[in-house]
Design a protein around this ligand. Structure first.
Ligand code: G3I
Ligand code: 9MR
Length: 580
């Protein structure tokens, strides 16, 4: 037996090397904008140093170029050469040919990202929990409603005298978080903040963007209809004392079945500081964003603002309530073993909530907390790092804020620009010529959201400065997500020529349809491989497997889709404005 494994191992090792040596072309599979940079990467060993682009139909050669020197990647054993064809600006369908590497199709279009950008927003519709997805909107992925959550139990960890354990409450609606069927306030928080940011920064573009959802054609932009669907759920998660339950969840993850098939009890669990502050931030931002739709949404902005202020008050009284299943499970039944989102450090949540409440009310009390929290080093957004969302809100609302806050707003602006400069500097040595891959630490669980959030930050820097390099940096990460990466995948399901077909996404696994639900961003390379699945490659930028076993590299999640919505739609909007 042992010799057999030895043979298998040496054979596989050989395969890996062979695959890495074989020359392959990786590029953005969604397409390129005529006036913007266009780059493909050739990995492995091509037969020469030239590449050609031919028109798909006529086979006429329209471009010939030289590959760059080979550059070893810092995050895998891949070597990469750049094929730059930015000078080709004619719309059309082409093939890029590299002797020894074969050819790949590419397209150049004025609305290159329109389909995929709309698709990642539509992805949220497929995550809706309590309503049937009708054929008219969901096509072959139509399905009955999932969990109604109209009779959800107060878990013992959340019990008090007014609502003892077992009290039944309603908390319907909202998106499923990811490949699982639970609904988590912390992760909804960053997701909502990011989607509202997209609308705030590109309102004219989104005002007319249609995603074919049931509400399309009503008096609200589709992105707001979608976001408000989840907002209404979030509002039901607030207790009367202002505190917010951490999540609405099964005790344990459902099997790989369709939503709504299991009817096991659902619970709301312990109220916590992170959930309550994230809720405060979202509700305050919502109040500001939807105020102009008072006629369509009577009273909703006021309710949101009141809810946000109440949540803030609760957090002041409970500033350090961590949600920790290792603590609650020994104390209460049943054990809760679903996703934890167990943040322990709340400075950034205070910052974001204070920024949103300050922008919504102009009240000095929030400014005082903000001033304190601006002293911290702010991180790239992630579910446990939301301070940067506060910075985004400060800089975009500078004109509406009281004059005494100008210094603080400039601090936020400088910090965004400094971070953006660091990104561009590091990108200069990246083998794939992307901002993604600043260090090996970028390749975490959900690494594709790191790429998308870096892109979003660069677009903030672009909006603040007008400096074209920032726009190009953001574009490099869109290229990364859509195929110019060491795996060769376009990471959005249903788009590109090679995208995930087996995401860790229960409906995609259980619906009996070959194609996965479209418009969902896979988590991406993650050498942590916490799922213990089989990966053909294990280095930081290649540790990805298109296998539904792999929740650590191939799950989907709302907080990953949201920055992709921002990045891809913002680029589409800017390209349409003719930004050069
Ligand atoms: O905080 C440490 C950091 O100090 C350390 O340097 C780093 C090294 O890997 O690890 C950091 O912790 C990581 C943590 O996320 C914070 O980013 C853990 O390793 C990592 O395992 C953890 O992954 C999270 C995962 O749940 C497991 O808890 C993902 O970020 C998070 O996106 C994911 O979320 C799940 C939900 O629980 C359930 N629903 C699906 C969803 C997506 O997979
Ligand atoms: O499906 C779950 C996924 O959403 C989570 O991200 C992941 C990590 O918490 O867990 C998945 O569920 C798995 C569980 O952790 C272990 N048993 C198998 C479950 C499904 O693959």
């Amino acid at each position: 037996m042992r010799w057999f494994f030895f043979l298998l191992l040496s054979c596989c090792a050989g395969c890996v090397v062979a695959q890495q040596q074989k020359a392959v072309v990786q590029l953005n599979q969604a397409g390129f904008y005529p006036a913007w940079p266009k780059i493909a990467i050739v990995t492995g060993e091509p037969a020469g140093d030239r590449f050609f682009i031919v028109q798909a139909a006529s086979r006429d050669t329209v471009f010939a170029g030289l590959l760059s020197q080979a550059r070893p990647s810092a995050y895998s054993s891949v070597t990469a050469r750049v094929a730059d064809f930015s000078r080709l600006q004619q719309e059309g369908d082409y093939d890029l040919l590299v002797p020894g590497a074969g050819g790949v199709a590419l397209s150049i279009r004025r609305h290159a990202y329109h389909a995929v950008a709309t698709g990642v927003l539509k992805g949220f519709y497929y995550q809706r929990s309590d309503m049937p997805l009708d054929k008219a909107f969901a096509g072959k992925w139509s399905r009955p409603a999932g969990h109604p959550d109209t009779a959800v139990l107060i878990h013992a960890s959340a019990a008090d005298t007014r609502r003892p354990a077992g009290t039944v409450i309603r908390t319907p609606g909202g998106w499923y978080d990811a490949g699982d069927y639970n609904k988590y306030i912390v992760n909804s928080g960053i997701t909502m903040g990011t989607l509202f940011s997209a609308y705030e920064d590109f309102p004219t573009y989104f005002d007319t963007l249609q995603t074919a959802i049931p509400e399309s054609g009503d008096a609200l932009p589709d992105i707001l209809d979608e976001t408000i669907y989840n907002l209404r759920w979030m509002l039901t998660m607030q207790d009367r004392d202002g505190g917010v339950y951490h999540k609405c969840t099964n005790a344990a993850f459902d099997g790989m079945v369709m939503p709504g098939v299991t009817t096991l009890p659902r619970y709301v669990v312990q109220k916590g500081t992170a959930a309550t502050l994230d809720f405060a931030a979202v509700a305050a931002q919502a109040a500001r964003v939807i105020r102009k739709f008072e006629k369509q949404l009577p009273g909703l902005a006021d309710s949101c603002l009141a809810a946000a202020q109440q949540a803030w008050q609760w957090a002041l009284l409970h500033p350090d309530v961590v949600y920790d299943q290792r603590v609650i499970n020994p104390a209460y039944d049943p054990d809760i073993t679903t996703g934890e989102y167990g943040d322990r450090f709340f400075h950034d949540e205070w910052l974001w909530a204070a920024a949103e409440l300050f922008a919504a009310t102009g009240k000095k009390g929030y400014h005082t907390v903000l001033e304190q929290r601006m002293k911290d080093r702010v991180q790239l957004p992630g579910w446990s790092q939301v301070g940067m969302l506060g910075y985004y809100t400060l800089v975009r609302n500078e004109k509406a804020l009281p004059a005494y806050s100008t210094g603080m707003v400039h601090g936020a602006r400088d910090s965004i620009l400094i971070r953006a400069d660091e990104y561009l500097e590091k990108a200069k040595t990246n083998a794939f010529a992307t901002v993604m891959g600043q260090s090996a630490r970028d390749f975490v669980w959900g690494s594709n959201a790191v790429a998308a959030n870096q892109g979003m930050l660069l677009l903030m820097a672009y909006r603040l400065s007008g400096k074209r390099q920032y726009l190009e940096g953001a574009l490099s990460n869109a290229d990364y997500l859509l195929g110019r990466n060491a795996t060769g995948y376009c990471f959005v399901t249903g788009y590109g020529t090679r995208s995930p077909v087996h995401p860790h996404h229960r409906p995609s696994v259980a619906d009996g349809i070959a194609e996965p639900v479209p418009g969902l961003l896979a988590g991406g390379p993650n050498p942590g491989r916490q799922d213990h699945c089989t990966y053909a490659f294990t280095e930081p930028e290649t540790a990805y497997t298109d296998d539904d076993c792999s929740y650590a590299s191939n799950e989907i999640a709302i907080n990953w889709n949201a920055p992709a919505v921002y990045l891809l739609n913002a680029l589409e909007a800017l390209a349409a404005q003719g930004r050069r």
